[in-house]
Design a protein around this ligand. Sequence first.
Ligand SMILES: [Zn+2]
Length: 460
Amino acid sequence: MLSEAGLRLVKRVFLSAAVLCPVQCLAAQPEAANLISNPSVETSGGSAPAGWMHDSYGDNSPVFSYISTGAHSGDRAVMITMNSWKDGDAKWFFKKVAVTPGRIYRFSDYYKASVLTSTIAEFRDAAGKGSWQRLGDNPKSPVWKRSEFTFTAPANAVGMTILHVIAASGTLQTDDYSLAETVPPEFKRAIVSIMFDDGYRSVHENAWPIMRGYGFKSTQYIISDAIGSATWFAHPLMTAAEIKDLYRDGSEIGSHSATHVRLSRLSPLQLNLQLTKSKTALNAEYPGVKGLALPYGDYDAAVTAAVRKHYAYCRTSDAGYNNYFNFDPYRIRVQYVLSNTSLEEIKGWLSRAARDKSWLAILYHNVDNSADDEYSVAPEAFAAQMRALHDSGLPVKTVQQALAEVRPQLPEDLSGRIQPEAAGFRKPGASSVPVGEGEKIIHAGPDSSNGPEAVGAVGR
Ligand SMILES: [Zn+2]
């Protein structure tokens, strides 16, 4: 039974946020066994179902009944008729079951209620100390209605029960309870994409032959007004014909804007022009352009909104992995390879992506021996990195291919409009690891200028 202090706390937790799963993550979860015994309250223990109890506190007069008519399934259900309610609540609940801290559980029951009711998880630690997590409210319903909540067992929790409480004069019937550990959905498998920004000739000369050896297709983000430029950040860019070689080989061509400016600094008109002019020009030569990579990784809300109008996705320079819980096609995250990125780091990215079933987007610029340029990866290092990628066994896809694979796995409304991380949901095992931790964070950097003279700016 709950102590009076504990019961008061129940009231207080009504005001605090519980760790709840947003609606969209409830799809397609594998389900474990129901932890509740006698979950449909069919087995009688006398005036109550076997293994079930009831309780109330406050100024009210509840009548608890173990009914034999009108059950949701089988013959029996439990009912509370709350009379003369001034404060407090009343509930039926099952004998505590064992839980593991940090694990995710899903609770459901069926109810009929003449008033709004609430569902609260009650936990106990090894010392018998209670804690409560308010899971949410259940609207009144004259017919049997399913109520479902997903939550994380807190640190130190060893046991728990669920309180479906009535806290107003009226009636509440409940039946067919379920409490089971659950695993949040994730992508079906990890994917890796290899990306190159700016369209350097060194990619055609040095990187492509190595990738071709493994059958890897890359995604090339091209600055439409700079194709064939001899000195872009002191390096030559590919000609239209060289880009076409990659395109014909199966590389995806994406836009990297028309002139590689910081898009957040532009007027709406200029911004629109950077996005549309580059798309039109690139599509004329390499049909199928669907994505944009942000110059300098620079963006704000207006840039994202404009990109949405013209492109199917937006690749940022934000460090991280793309997974079920953070997925946003207009904020595709990357792992940035620089001249000093070690092979071990890259192997770490690959194993993390494999473990978490993430989509890992690896971003390169030059692949040449410009030792003084941090954006240049030596061909020997690139070869070792591609070998590690091959050895990982992970599928290598262009961005469009990766999107085509992951988007059908997501609910409709997870197209960048909902950010589950912001909703407070954390994947178990990654609960204390924010996206990007332990990874190289590349910021857009201070703006010294727009265009090729900005050599040395962080983020290119
Ligand atoms: Zn760039």
